[in-house]
Design a protein around this ligand. Structure first.
Ligand code: IMP
Length: 191
């Protein structure tokens, strides 16, 4: 079965691909020649993931799934949340976003946070949502060079390493995206 994952993010693509059974051939937006700028204008993670799959379905006629992820920090009223990619500004790098978050958390003792991934799958006219959450804390300093985004400052509950110090397999086993992908796989195996 061929399945389009509506992303250009190679890190996300590799993570999801490593979890899928061999019977599913994963195809990216790059593979289907889609370089459209799909706006993320919704105010929820679910809404932005939905925008991506609807765009692909309407313009390319393909069944596909998309993910959208946000980092929710309790002491910051769940910011950056849906604005995680643009926390430090419209063209912010991961480093800019991390620095902004660490700065905004100066002096904050409760460093509880969670990653939330929502996968939206569109097949014919049917739309399904799968949510994966990973609870953890924001470290005081960046640690590790693996992964991407906010990984160097996120430590899952019960672990001493940040996501950026874990292998892809370790991160996927306990992480938000891995949880959401496993729900999608479970759904696909039953349909
Ligand atoms: P999006 O899902 O690609 O829109 O990601 C939103 C923001 O969260 C971006 O800044 C990503 O770098 C970051 N992000 C998404 N997934 C992860 C992850 O697994 N670890 C760390 N940061 C992530």
């Amino acid at each position: 079965m061929k399945l389009v994952f509506a992303t250009h993010n190679l890190n996300k693509f590799k993570e999801v691909q490593s979890l899928l059974p061999d019977t599913i051939e994963l195809v990216s937006l790059t593979d289907i020649g889609c370089y459209d700028d799909i706006p993320e204008t919704e105010t929820t993670i679910e809404g932005n993931a939905l925008l991506k799959v609807k765009h692909i379905k309407e313009n390319y006629g393909l069944d596909c799934f998309a993910d959208d992820t946000g980092l929710e920090v309790k002491a910051l009223n769940n910011a950056p949340g849906v604005y995680s990619a643009r926390y430090a500004g419209p063209n912010a790098s991961a480093e800019n976003n991390i620095n902004m978050l660490l700065e905004n958390m100066t002096g904050i003792q409760d460093r509880s946070a969670r990653f939330k991934t929502v996968i939206v799958f569109i097949q014919s006219e049917k739309i399904e949502f799968f949510t994966g959450i990973c609870e953890g804390t924001i470290t005081r300093d960046k640690k590790g060079t693996l992964g991407f985004g906010y990984d160097p400052i996120f430590q899952a509950i019960g672990f001493k390493k940040t996501f950026a110090e874990m292998t892809l397999a370790q991160k996927s086993e306990i992480g938000h995206r891995g949880k959401a992908v496993r729900l999608l796989i479970d759904y696909l195996s039953k349909t």
